[in-house]
Ligand binder design. Sequence first.
Ligand SMILES: [Zn+2]
Ligand SMILES: [Zn+2]
Ligand SMILES: [Zn+2]
Length: 265
Amino acid sequence: MESVAKQTGLPVDIVRQINEPIAKRLAEQDAVDAAERSMRKAEAKIMREQYPCPLCSTGHAEPHDCDTFLPLGFIHGGERDGQMDGFWCHPYFCSCSNQRCIACNIFPSKSREEAVERFCAGDFAHEDDFIELKTGKRYHYSQYGIEQQILRHLAHWSAEQVKRLGFDPKLVDTLAMQRTLDRMGDKYVDVFDTTLLCPNCGMKGEYRKAISPITHTKTWWRVGCPYCKTRTRYSFPSQREAAEKFESAQLDTKPSILNEKSLTA
Ligand SMILES: [Zn+2]
Ligand SMILES: [Zn+2]
Ligand SMILES: [Zn+2]
């Protein structure tokens, strides 16, 4: 406290007066953090005891769910209307709390409880449908959809590990082999990965460095599709803005920073 007083040139008792409530707040925050940490630890212990992962010795069931938009599929060379055909649903999944463990439900469940139950039973490949929120219509994975799920896991895990989820082992081997062969081209698109999807052909677009019209240096971004050459007409100061315009097919939209400029000019 004396050193703070010296640096600021304020009297010690003033520094103490200012410092006291801050120190108190910090101590309180520390206590809250510690309490939360021990609560989380106790929760994890209960989860490990009651809902242990059937594949590893350290993890437990970790249910998750959220409103999700699922594209129905991709049409090559289709009309460029910027609208992706798909539906909203609210699937329940469950995966292992241990990040190094592959255990996870591949198909959705209707409730948190059902998801956890299937997970703990090792019933990871229990086939079930996605249900459209608005209409209640059910969507079942196509063979292609299932293959995409296998490929999605093969991107992070070995074929032997992926088989432990209960996929058809022959299919896993075939896809693993194909994937190795395709790697030079790397042309597969995850069915449910909607980032940077080309609004024209549905393949995955790429970020490209672009010249900033303000500084004339190569610090801006545009997104283009390497397959059909669709791209944003303008470049953007951030990847996020470029991706937004590309994905929503606003290919002729200017970056917002330029619009602001012309308004004030
Ligand atoms: Zn596990
Ligand atoms: Zn998974
Ligand atoms: Zn394209």
